[in-house]
Design a protein around this ligand. Structure first.
Ligand SMILES: [Zn+2]
Length: 481
């Protein structure tokens, strides 16, 4: 269960954990000294990186780190060693681990509109670290999940399975208390002012987060919607703080254009190169394979696994990378685990790929699971596909699962291979014109709402000549013309 526990800690500091619930509760991290706090962050950081991946843009990452370090130096804990990472996720979020690990997603970066806003987001997260905010509340459900005790052997898969069952493959988003959020805002405002940034810009971020998640379009995620109440009520409070904040620069710095230009080329939204579904059919262009999941199953693709969950939520299917040198050896070592009994071993190839498969029964602490495992070698990579469910109902899922396992095959069709993500393009308005006119000129009429959100525009404003706008462009999926 250690992975799950780590992720729980990882989730404690979420920018939008701006909950309206009043939460009492202790500052449990105050029970830890600084060394322990830092160790906690250092231990969880690899799990975060594995879950989301780092966004592969060295220049952007260095820029975020430079700015973050500056903000951190103005904080009450300037001596702490801070680490800033850009995660390769379309989810709009930023969060911090105890001990000074701060994360922003590429998703939130696209929606930030000035360096001052970024400084505010980083400052808010640093505020959680400097104030040593703790988990105020773990819901009963989450405690129940933690205590599921499904046994050691298949626990990692089952943990993801639970995540899928609750329609969230992300981290468990724990909510901060309202007071913690207010304090982090206050600290963020203070740090911004100390660096000369206009602290009022942080309220723009909160307004954007409210807008981006309340509309269906625009990249907001269900996770965000369900776990982060609309932060709208904070905007006024932040503006008030900003009015009295000490700002070391006159006029205060906003730095919109220089910031926006750094976002040119940023991947926007889901990246289909990393795998995508078309109904139950999964395509992975970069790894050049495809697979058909049982119809009617919930599916999800994450960096660590492609997964399916049966309609009755009594069986799962998980495709991951295998460990070992070959399919046969990997299968034997899988079956050699304590508590696993294999049957019907086969080393017949699957769709021309070297493979090894077996049925198995797993005896966990409190239940019996039946399943089938298949290892396959494809393009120099070993894959593992595991399907299993509770023993009592496995008969009803067995054949669909087996069909799905054996549908894994190479992907060669250029229609599905040659997909591209949307990217942010930074465009300069050539002459004064209306936003609608500009969108028409750019062929981006159907992206109007997104463009408004991305650039903090409303309605159909008059744009100035030379004004810089972020527009999502490109992107290609099968069926696009
Ligand atoms: Zn927060």
């Amino acid at each position: 269960m250690s992975v799950r526990v780590v992720l729980l800690f990882a989730a404690v500091m979420v920018l939008g954990g701006c909950t309206k619930d009043y939460v009492t509760g202790g500052y449990t991290f105050n029970l830890y000294n600084e060394d322990q706090e830092v160790a906690m962050g250092a231990q969880a950081d690899p799990a975060i990186v594995a879950q989301y991946g780092l966004y592969p843009d060295e220049e952007l990452s260095q820029y975020i780190d430079r700015l973050g370090q500056q903000v951190a130096r103005t904080s009450q804990r300037p001596q702490l060693e801070y680490t800033f990472r850009v995660l390769d996720s379309p989810v709009i979020n930023a969060f911090a681990l105890p001990g000074g690990y701060i994360y922003v997603t590429r998703g939130i970066l696209a929606y930030l509109d000035s360096e001052a806003e970024l400084a505010g987001v980083l400052g808010h997260e640093i505020g959680h670290v400097t104030a040593r905010h703790s988990v105020d509340q773990i819901s009963r459900a989450q405690v129940a999940q933690l205590g599921l005790g499904v046994g050691m052997i298949l626990a990692p898969e089952l943990q993801r399975f639970e995540g899928l069952a609750s329609a969230s493959l992300g981290l468990l988003f724990l909510k901060f208390g309202r007071d913690d959020e207010r304090q982090a805002d206050e600290l963020g405002v203070r740090y911004m002012g100390r660096l000369g940034y206009d602290p009022a810009q942080l309220s723009g971020v909160m307004g954007m987060l409210g807008r981006v998640t309340s509309g269906g379009e625009g990249g907001g995620t269900p996770e965000w919607l369900s776990t982060h109440p609309n932060p709208e009520n904070r905007e006024g409070a932040i503006l008030q703080l900003a009015e009295t904040a000490e700002v070391t620069s006159d006029p205060p710095k906003v730095l919109r254009e220089a910031f926006v230009e750094r976002l040119d080329g940023l991947v926007f939204g889901e990246n289909p190169r990393e795998g995508y579904f078309r109904d139950a059919h999964f395509y992975h262009p970069d790894m050049r394979f495809q697979m058909e999941f049982p119809s009617g199953w919930q599916t999800a693709n994450s960096r660590q696994a492609v997964q399916g969950l049966s309609p009755q939520e009594d069986a799962v299917l998980a495709l991951t990378l295998g460990e070992g040198t070959g399919a046969g050896a990997a299968l034997r070592s899988f079956l050699a685990q304590d508590g696993i009994q294999g049957a019907g071993l086969s080393e017949a190839s699957v769709n021309g790929l070297p493979a090894a498969a077996a049925d198995f029964r797993a005896l966990t602490e409190d239940q019996v699971l039946d399943g089938r495992v298949l290892f396959l070698e494809h393009a120099g990579t070993l894959f593992r596909i595991l399907a299993y469910g509770v023993s009592s109902s496995w008969a009803g899922n067995r054949s669909a699962a087996r069909t799905a396992l054996e549908s894994f095959r190479p992907l060669t069709d250029p229609t599905y291979l040659n997909v591209e993500p949307l990217r942010i393009r930074v465009v300069r308005v050539p002459r004064a014109m209306s936003l609608d006119g500009f969108l028409a000129q750019e062929g981006a009429q159907d992206r109007g709402e997104e463009v408004r959100l991305l650039n903090r525009l409303e309605g159909n404003p008059r744009l100035q000549a030379g004004q810089v706008l972020k527009i999502p462009t490109g992107g290609r999926l099968p069926g696009d013309h």
